[in-house]
Design a protein around this ligand. Structure first.
Ligand code: OAD
Ligand code: ZN
Length: 238
């Protein structure tokens, strides 16, 4: 008799910790981005209104940098999970890099936007964008020089919250990977998932602000913990 699969629908939340071993700085670890830059200077709509060149330059540098990085074993394991998992799956990422996609994952939702998109404030389109924005290039769709990074700033509402909550309602397993649990609404997903009856698992380098909410926390680097967990869950499906 085939073993009964334990889970059907999985929601995974990822944060900067999943990309750390690809060489992309996290935000809140020692030496992280928010130690080098004040959030208020580069990641708010007010900052963009006050000093657009500073903000555009900051995101131009980050956009250029991520294109030199490659997915690590954690991204690749999640890509394998996406390819092989026959149940429901949504990888909700707070990351604005494209390493989940380059690691083979398809069921990915970028709740904080994407470095490789620009957002035209004139026509509201979001063209794919790999180059700089500092020189105010025209929007490929409407020609306006009104492109900004398509990244959610503090004080702005994350994307696709309805879809995320719909997936949480269906989830019987919620897994958080490499996030400090410091930024809402993402930090609240574990509580929502629990209240809706899902099992909860945290994979993180160290205990996070949210650890107490998880039924289980495993500590270690994502490149070790994630491949092991993916093996486990795919074995349970067989
Ligand atoms: P943080 O920098 O706040 O947290 C990163 C977490 O990853 C920490 O808990 C680390 O312990 C853990 N970590 C570091 N290296 C790791 C590794 N190799 N393996 C596993 N875990 C590791 O980043 P986020 O939680 O993603 O928002 O931050 C959330 C949001 O805050 C970001 O999306 C960004 C930021 O301000 C916006 O820009 C809107
Ligand atoms: Zn436009």
């Amino acid at each position: 008799m085939a073993a009964m699969a334990k889970y059907r629908n999985i929601v995974i939340l990822t944060g900067a910790g999943v990309s750390a071993e690809s060489g992309i700085d996290t935000f809140r670890d020692a030496g992280g981005l928010w130690e080098k830059h004040r959030v208020e200077d580069v990641a708010t709509p007010e900052a963009f209104a006050r000093d657009p060149n500073l903000v555009l330059r900051f995101y131009d540098m980050r956009r250029e940098a991520i294109q030199t990085k490659v997915p690590n074993a954690a991204h690749l394991a999640l890509g394998r999970l996406d390819a092989e998992w026959r149940g429901g799956l949504l990888i909700v990422t707070q990351n604005v890099d494209d390493l989940h996609e380059r690691g083979g994952a398809r069921r990915v939702l970028h709740m904080h936007g994407e470095h490789l998109n620009a957002w035209c404030l004139a026509c509201d389109r979001r063209p794919r964008w790999t180059g700089p924005l500092i020189d105010r290039p025209p929007c490929p769709a409407c020609g306006s020089r009104a492109l900004r990074p398509d990244v959610v700033w503090f004080g702005e509402v994350p994307y696709r919250m309805d879809e995320i909550h719909a997936a949480l309602r269906e989830a019987d397993l919620f897994v958080s990977i490499g996030t400090s649990g410091a930024v809402y609404p993402a930090a609240g997903f574990v509580r929502a998932a629990r209240e809706l009856g899902a099992d909860t698992l945290e994979l993180n380098l160290e205990r996070s602000k949210g650890s107490a909410w998880f039924a289980e926390t495993r500590l270690g680097p994502a490149t070790e913990l994630v491949p092991d967990w993916v093996d486990e869950v795919l074995t349970s499906m067989a």
